[in-house]
Design a protein around this ligand. Structure first.
Ligand code: SME
Length: 148
């Protein structure tokens, strides 16, 4: 199955999973699990803006750093810019925060409520250049579904 077809299926599943549940942590937990299981990524999870920092939220995969300052790493930069960042090779991203030395590429999509970034969705892969425009478009749709 092509990547975009997997995302289409995943999105439909997520619509019913999130329907009727208002708890954001529960919804983030199921969203991370569904994305992680569908694609077999290395790490899939959320960081939530709390007291001016990103704090680790629900995730699937190995243990990760708990706090990321504004403007730091890929996550803090996506927060600062208010836009998604696709990193084909983490070693070439200045200031990348290596929670796992096995992570080779990454995508970070901000969660935007109104005009404010309230968190980020972060996904790591053990393969180089794992993420492209298809991932960005669908993960942004998922972020919008989750927050609204
Ligand atoms: N690599 C991220 C840190 C979070 S971990 O990948 C789970 C970053 O540079 O912001």
């Amino acid at each position: 199955m092509e990547k975009k077809d997997k995302y289409e299926m995943l999105y439909r599943q997520l619509e019913s999973l999130l329907e009727g549940e208002t708890d954001e942590i529960a919804n983030m937990a199921n969203t991370a699990a569904l994305i992680h299981e569908t694609f077999g990524f290395w790490w899939t999870g959320f960081y939530i803006v709390k007291d001016g920092q990103l704090v680790l939220g629900p995730f699937q995969g190995p243990v990760a750093c708990t706090r990321i300052p504004y403007g730091k790493g890929v996550c803090g930069t996506a927060w600062e810019q208010g836009g998604s960042i696709v990193v084909p090779d983490v070693e070439l991203f200045p200031g990348h925060i290596a929670c796992s030395s096995l992570s080779r590429s990454e995508i970070v999509v901000p969660l935007i409520s109104g005009d404010e970034v309230v968190g980020v969705l972060d996904i790591d892969s053990k393969e180089l250049a794992c993420f492209d425009e298809t991932d960005r478009i669908w993960l942004e749709k998922i972020a919008t579904l989750l927050i609204n």
